[in-house]
Design a protein around this ligand. Structure first.
Ligand code: PAZ
Length: 309
């Protein structure tokens, strides 16, 4: 059973094509360093926790990856290159603007048997595609997918270590909803759990906290933003402060499950800023991620200027 982060990473399998993905991540970071760009790692969506080695069933959580997808767009707008570490079926930047209908309903076949976007969707898709292609052509966005908790943690380490040479130009924006519990491989049944065995009792172990090695060893000079989600508002700020105190990173974004799309707190060692959307903002379609990223970019610039003195 893993009790330290090292044991956990040693004892869990690496995701498919791990070496290829790691190489791609390093190349992406090197390209941005040569272009002298700030780089942000955005983590997004929920991790799954398998119950069987040949997995039929797994535990999951509520996160759909809105925070990560929207934040990625706003970081790109502010000139950052983004590594988007996302749950495989999570919400994607840009794609979210495409009408949410079956893709086949967006298309039509012309008389000459070409496939075309239906006229009513053309304008919207043109707009989204232009922005997306500009970002891709300039090599500003790298998407890396995970599904399970162990995939996520293995890739988080690979991305973080790759970002080390970027020093304080690197931002880690850890918005993924990562399970605190898992079943170690040696305690996991190989085959599908049978209902003939009666009611299922699960015993889950604690996942070692990865923020500690991330801050101290993997990217010690980077600007690190973690997220704290709670459902009890009386715990929110104290838990965020505890995290800052324990891991000594720069910022915790604290949010409540029910209000997370309209208000958050930006918590540092010294300050607690309430950031929220007004009713008029909501009516005008403003998104809280825009306010979060504006605030973080300011903090990051300040961090870099102090560090560079
Ligand atoms: O993915 P989403 O937009 O549905 O939710 C975002 C969020 C609540 C997962 C994120 O803001 C967050 O708080 N992440 C950290 C969760 C945690 O405390 O583990």
């Amino acid at each position: 059973m893993a009790t330290t982060w090292k044991d956990f990473l040693d004892q869990t399998e690496k995701p498919d094509k791990f070496d290829e993905k790691s190489k791609e991540i390093i190349e992406f970071v090197n390209f941005q360093l040569r272009s002298k760009r700030h780089i942000v790692l955005v983590t997004s969506g929920g991790t799954t926790v398998p119950l069987e080695s040949k997995t039929v069933r797994f535990l999951d959580n509520f996160s759909v990856g809105s925070r990560g997808a929207l934040s990625t767009e706003y970081f790109l707008k502010r000139g950052y290159a983004v590594i988007f570490l996302t749950r495989n079926r999570g919400l994607r930047p840009f794609l979210r603007h495409v009408p949410k209908t079956n893709i086949l309903d967006l298309l039509t076949i012309t008389d000459s048997k070409d496939v075309k976007v239906k006229p009513e969707y053309e304008q919207k898709i043109l707009q989204v595609l232009q922005t997306y292609q500009e970002i891709k052509n300039e090599n500003l966005l790298l998407t890396v997918e995970f599904q399970t908790l162990s995939d996520y943690l293995q890739l988080l380490k690979a991305c973080s270590v790759a970002l080390q040479p970027a020093g304080n130009q690197a931002v880690l924006y850890l918005a993924a909803a990562v399970s605190d519990f898992y079943i170690p491989k040696d305690l996991m049944p190989e085959h599908k759990i049978q209902s003939s065995g009666g009611p299922l009792k699960l015993s889950l172990q604690l996942v070692p906290k990865m923020l500690e090695p991330l801050v101290k060893e993997w990217v010690p000079d980077a600007f690190v933003v973690s997220f704290k989600l709670e459902t009890d508002k009386d715990l929110l700020i104290s838990k965020a402060l505890q995290a800052i105190d324990k891991y000594q990173h720069q910022i915790v974004i604290a949010n409540l499950l029910e209000t997370r799309k309209k208000e958050i707190f930006v918590v540092t060692k010294e300050t607690q800023d309430h950031v929220s959307l007004s009713d008029a903002d909501i009516k005008n379609g403003k998104e809280i991620e825009e306010l979060i990223i504006d605030c973080l970019v300011e903090h990051h610039h300040q961090f870099c200027s102090v560090e560079n003195v």
